[in-house]
Design a protein around this ligand. Structure first.
Ligand SMILES: Cc1cc2nc3c(=O)[nH]c(=O)nc-3n(C[C@H](O)[C@H](O)[C@H](O)COP(=O)(O)OP(=O)(O)OC[C@H]3O[C@@H](n4cnc5c(N)ncnc54)[C@H](O)[C@@H]3O)c2cc1C
Length: 474
């Protein structure tokens, strides 16, 4: 076990997570008289809103996930550590992170926790094997390989049933991610793949969007939801509302209709975008902070200054925090992290935590793309859709992408895909499809995990079980 921060004199800030909250919090402390250690289990700053474009061959992973240490290269007061935080000791002010089997303990004076959320299968985690979510780079690449692989298999399928199953794509959940994915799978089939196969016509693909509630894009209201639904239907997407997925297997899903009846839909490629669950660190922190609670999604019910009870130096921000009226969106994470960084700076200047003004969220609106040239957008009371909304979506996403190079390459990728028919990132491999199963198998067998860890040069430890992310860097 190694220990960080020994003998350091300045105020020590530990930031957990390299998403919107973690990165913006760190950058906001750029000129502060502090040492920052950013610890994240992924080596990149992932721009999740564009994951679906990686999954559908428009963008590469590099464009939406620059390496965090490159982004922070010039920020001298920040150190980046790769590691899965496995323990947060609030009483002794230290965080333990693990990289393979190497544990590192990092001391803090102030802590910003921004570990976000993961996919929720509402207690049916085994669904993930056949219906991956859309939260990580791995998810997006796996999905790309599953989508393209399904068409490849359909080309050589021998029976009509096989072909139809392979050319049916199910997206579960009609929130922004589900809508964007369904739209892009339809466009991929209709435009990019059109004319590229000889025994199948990709335009025959069925894209089914299944939603448990009665509305598409529910939180955006009926006007925008209906607009998005109409556009999707125009593109051939079948929308099934008030329909609950009750089982998922390799070859399809079972759904429960509003009348209580059940039926099966045969489909090889399924994707889950139906719910989120906060990172487990939220529960750990709440349990250790005398009376802090978590909500149903596991998010930490924070104090008005985004801290946890009894620890005015511990901030929880982004998708991990539960604050009424703040949605699980990038803006919530950015504003929360900026607030925490300002509070830390004010503390260095002598401000007492009791004098902090409560966090106030400024709602800048929300948007979702439906297809090329078509999006829906909500800013305050203003609701609009179509081409103007799409341009607004384009500009905003470019603005928040990190790095000039990424912005330029992304614009080129969009030109190629939206003006022409091609997509620049159509590579897919068998390993991307099957890695999840292989990792599940390795993780279920301790001796195999030990062997693998030894092979990767990790020191022996009590528990050599490797997480998916740890394997990624082996
Ligand atoms: C597919 C998709 C589309 C989206 N589209 C939009 C959109 O259009 N507009 C919008 O505003 N928002 C969108 N969102 C939501 C937005 O991305 C999130 O609200 C935002 O990323 C939250 O930021 P965060 O910093 O709290 O968490 P995240 O960005 O999720 O970052 C969490 C970080 O914590 C790290 N981490 C997690 N656990 C640990 C651990 N134990 N130890 C160390 N590190 C850990 C992760 O590796 C990651 O770096 C979308 C999300 C998804 C998944």
């Amino acid at each position: 076990m190694s220990t960080q921060s020994v003998g350091k004199q300045r105020h020590q800030v530990v930031v957990i997570g390299s998403g919107f909250g973690g990165l913006f919090g760190t950058q906001h402390l750029r000129n502060a008289d502090v040492d920052i250690t950013l610890i994240s289990k992924t080596s990149t700053h992932l721009f999740q809103p564009l994951l679906y474009q990686v999954a559908t061959g428009i963008l590469s992973t590099g464009e939406i996930a620059p390496a965090t240490r490159l982004v922070l290269r010039k920020q001298d007061n920040a150190q980046v550590l790769l590691g899965d935080v496995i323990d947060v000791d609030l009483a002794n002010k230290q965080v333990t992170s693990r990289l393979l089997n190497r544990d590192t303990v990092t001391a803090f004076d102030s802590l910003i926790v921004a570990t976000g959320a993961q996919q929720s299968y509402f207690g049916n985690d085994h669904f993930a094997t056949w219906a991956p979510g859309m939260k990580t780079i791995d998810d997006a690449l796996e999905l790309r390989a599953r989508i393209l692989g399904a068409f490849e298999q359909a080309e050589v399928a021998e029976t009509r049933e096989d072909r139809e199953r392979l050319m049916t794509f199910i997206v579960v959940g009609a929130g922004p991610t589900g809508v964007e994915l369904a739209g892009q799978i339809a466009e991929l089939a209709d435009r990019t793949l059109d004319g590229t196969f000889r025994t199948i016509d990709p335009r025959d693909a069925r894209v089914i969007l299944i939603e448990g509630t009665g509305a598409v894009l529910g939180p955006m209201g009926p006007k925008l939801g209906n607009k998005a639904a109409k556009q999707l239907e125009k593109m051939g997407v079948e929308i099934q509302l008030n329909t609950l997925v009750t089982d998922v297997d390799a070859h399809g899903v079972v759904v429960k209709d509003p009348d209580g009846g059940t039926r099966r839909i045969e489909a090889t490629c399924k994707v889950w975008s139906a719910g989120v669950q906060a990172s487990p660190l939220g529960k750990m922190i709440a349990e250790r902070s005398e009376g802090t609670e978590v909500d149903r999604a596991g998010r930490v019910v924070v104090e008005p200054d985004l801290t946890v009870k009894g620890h005015p130096n511990v901030f929880v921000v982004g998708d991990l925090m539960s604050v009424p009226g703040v949605p699980g969106q990038a803006q919530g994470a950015i504003q929360g992290a900026t607030y925490a960084a300002k509070a830390i700076k004010a503390g260095l200047g002598g401000q007492s935590p009791a004098d902090r003004k409560p966090f106030k969220y400024f709602n800048k609106g929300s948007m979702a793309t439906v297809s090329r040239f078509n999006a829906v957008c909500q800013v305050g009371k203003l609701e609009f859709g179509g081409f103007i909304a799409w341009l607004a979506w384009l500009a905003l996403h470019l603005y928040y992408l990190v790095g000039y190079r990424n912005r330029i390459v992304t614009v080129i990728g969009w030109f190629v895909s939206f003006l022409g028919r091609n997509r620049g990132q159509m590579a897919a491999t068998e390993q991307w499809v099957f890695a999840r199963l292989a990792i599940e198998e390795v993780n279920s067998d301790q001796s195999e995990a030990d062997e693998l860890a030894a092979h990767l040069g990790a020191p022996p430890a009590e528990n050599n079980r490797l997480t998916k992310e740890q394997r990624e860097f082996g």
